[in-house]
Design a protein around this ligand. Structure first.
Ligand code: SF4
Length: 207
């Protein structure tokens, strides 16, 4: 049966949660508790967490319990990811985390309205469902997954919409990384406002 998810954010479909090291983007190398919410309709064909797409497969979990669990780990930072976590109202969960002095980071495609209180917003726009124009100015980090050559021009379109302080990352799509990484290296050397982000957790064999 389909979940009835309350709009106040007190219950969320939790796919998995785990304490690990953030592998990619600006916060690479930092210990963080990952909270992966189920539900995504963006439809990236190269998505590596397709099992997240159907929210009904993931148990509705009290946001209070998620925050309490996050607080049991020494790294006082969480990465809320998905799926697409902004399908849900994240005001309640982030308020509970902040009460506990836990830093809040989000990974989002930007396809849904921004909710929640964030220390770091990583916007990773997707071609399959464009980010909302009212989110891009709030991004602390723009992380573009490069799947083919045409993605560089597409990345530049989004770089023009973020704030001046937003960090810019190009990250090879994992299955094409052998082919794409050399192109990213050349691109970043020619366009140094960009930096390379690698999925270091995959090289380290950690979640
Ligand atoms: S937005 Fe993320 S979770 Fe959704 S389909 Fe794309 S890669 Fe997968």
């Amino acid at each position: 049966m389909a979940h009835q998810i309350p709009t106040d954010g007190t219950l969320l479909p939790l796919m998995e949660e785990f304490y690990t090291i953030q592998g990619e983007g600006y916060n690479t190398g930092k210990a963080a508790y990952f909270i992966r919410l189920g539900g995504c309709d963006v439809g990236c064909h190269w998505c590596d967490v397709k099992e997240s797409w159907d929210a009904d497969l993931h148990p509705l979990t009290l946001s209070d319990d998620i925050a309490a669990k996050a607080d049991t780990f020494p790294g006082k930072a969480v990465v809320i990811t998905g799926g697409e976590p902004l399908i849900y109202n994240l005001d309640y969960l982030t308020a509970r985390l902040k009460e506990r002095n836990i830093l809040t980071f989000i990974e989002t495609s930007g396809a849904y309205p921004l909710s929640g209180s964030w220390d770091w917003i990583c916007l990773s726009p997707k071609k399959f469902k464009a980010p909302r124009p009212d989110i891009t100015p709030f991004a602390n980090e723009l992380k573009v997954i490069v799947f083919n050559k045409s993605d560089f021009a597409w990345a530049e379109q989004y770089a023009a919409t973020v704030s001046d302080t937003c960090k810019l990352y190009l990250q090879p799509e994992w299955s094409k990384s052998k082919e794409i990484t050399p192109l990213i290296i050349d691109y970043v050397m020619a366009n140094p406002k960009w930096e390379i982000s690698l999925q270091t957790h995959k090289y380290l064999n950690i979640p």
